[in-house]
Design a protein around this ligand. Structure first.
Ligand code: NAP
Length: 431
């Protein structure tokens, strides 16, 4: 290996504080022995793959051009902030794990995002979360309090915050992602948008669904807005200064949820079964569906974070376990130790007539088969495998929610709604 510095490099070097010059010499010694030493975080620049960046300290780095014949020409050394200005969003992200990234979650303490933040923290990254502060934020994270819907509060709270990666779990509408673009364009090395598999056209033309399936959901405004966000971000992502990855979870639950087709974020459905009250299943209950444990989803997501190959790509991340709704409700009943659950089959059209608020989630999602081909995420993140079958996951949820009744989010309005649909279905024709 040959290694030389340009005049400009040496000039920048001389202007550095003594301690940083010492650190640069130490990093250089390491580099001569092993350029791929993990502490150097050797990374290729995105715009020009001949150039590479090397970590000097937490706040300083250097850039070299690598010529054929293994000659390295050092062209620049300086602070991370200067680097960001000079090479905005240019650093290529390696497929291997990059240590100590500063990762900002929009959300981060919710049903899915809490598992993802915990895993990335465990892997050594610095975690910052933007929430309203209603859910407790783990003490090891940096908590930033702001209402995501208030653009000026977001600007104020995030002033001077320079994350390397942003994961947006709170993108429900175009104004949300527009603020993110304003705040993070030219700053981040990767912006991950958490979308939804509800974006796929219903009914699906082909199963299992792959990421290139047509999008557009005639029934659900939530899905229509996710499609609009995806499309807007994909256009912004064509600019090198805003590298976007789109991730579509399907129905994904943590221990805080007993998932069902009415409202997964509330224990009401399970509580009715516990109390020996009837619940309904849509149609004949035989439509296939996929439920994914948040802890499994987190492994797929974490493998995309800091992954250069994932920039500009779209992924769904789901389990390969496919169950019918009848099987799902039988598992929930078994987890609750309810021996003879009363599950009434009611046509989707009838449910939506009685409870129009369920039209989006049923006709726009759960009344259609939800089966996914996960080969793309497995190709990009080979360690991704869903390890938790629903039978195990739902038991964890039931026991955790029984131990934490304050987290059950029981909703009397849902209880009344389920009762009303069933009574109306049983009375049909007799009026
Ligand atoms: N779970 C699924 O089945 C599923 C399927 C497809 C897509 N998704 C997508 O996954 C994302 C939801 O992720 P999640 O499950 O982690 O969310 P979640 O359970 O709804 O949690 C929301 C998180 O964001 C914070 N938050 C909520 N409103 C906020 C606001 N206005 N300003 C600032 N912080 C706010 C909450 O903390 P505070 O309350 O303390 O503010 C919490 O940390 C959504 O984008 C959703 O579309 C989920």
């Amino acid at each position: 290996m040959r290694s030389l510095g340009t005049t400009a490099f040496w000039q920048s070097y001389r202007e550095l504080p003594t301690g940083i010059r010492d650190a640069a010499r130490a990093a250089y010694k390491k580099f001569l022995l092993d350029p791929a030493h993990p502490s150097l975080q050797l990374e290729r620049l995105r715009s020009d793959p001949r150039f590479w960046s090397v970590r000097v300290t937490r706040d300083f780095r250097a850039v070299a051009q690598r010529l054929e014949s293994d000659t390295w020409i050092w062209v620049w050394i300086g602070s991370h902030n200067d680097f960001d200005r000079r090479f905005p969003a240019q650093v290529a992200l390696r497929t291997s794990r990059v240590l100590l990234m500063k990762i900002l979650f929009l959300g981060g303490t919710g049903n899915i995002s809490a598992e993802c933040a915990a895993l990335l923290y465990e892997r050594g990254h610095e975690i910052l979360v933007v929430t309203r502060g209603r859910n407790a934020v783990p003490a090891n994270y940096q908590a930033i309090v702001a209402d995501r819907k208030d653009a000026s509060a977001m600007r104020a709270a995030l002033q001077g915050v320079r994350p390397e990666v942003v994961i947006n779990f709170l993108g429900y509408d175009l104004p949300d992602v527009r603020v993110d673009y304003e705040l993070f364009n030219g700053v981040v090395r990767q912006y991950l948008f958490i979308s939804s598999t509800s974006v796929y056209e219903k009914p699906p033309r082909k199963l299992p669904l792959t990421e290139d399936a047509p999008v557009g959901n005639a029934w659900w405004e939530y899905a229509q807005k996710k499609v609009a966000c995806e499309q807007w971000l994909r256009q912004r992502g064509e600019e090198p200064s805003f590298p976007v990855t789109i991730v579509r979870p399907s129905h994904t639950y943590s221990k805080r949820w007993v998932p069902n087709a009415v409202s997964s974020g509330s224990y009401t459905f399970a509580a009715r079964l516990e109390q020996g009250k009837p619940v309904f299943v849509h149609d004949d209950g035989e439509s296939p569906w996929t439920l994914t444990a948040a802890a499994d989803f987190a492994v797929g997501l974490a493998g995309l974070v800091g992954n250069a190959d994932a920039i500009g790509e779209t992924f769904h991340i789901t389990s390969d376990e496919v169950l019918t709704w009848n099987q799902i409700y039988a598992e929930i009943a078994a987890a609750l130790a309810v021996e003879s659950p009363q599950i009434v089959k009611v046509p989707t059209d009838f449910i939506c007539q009685m409870a129009p608020q369920l039209t989006g989630t049923l006709k726009g999602d759960k009344a259609h088969p939800g089966v996914f081909d996960n080969s793309k995420i497995k190709r990009f993140v080979p360690e991704f495998r869903c390890r938790k079958p629903f039978r195990a996951g739902v038991r964890e949820s039931v026991s955790w929610l029984r131990e934490h009744p304050d987290q059950q989010n029981l909703r009397p309005d849902l209880d009344t709604l389920i009762e009303r649909v069933i009574r109306a279905w049983e009375r049909r024709g007799s009026d």
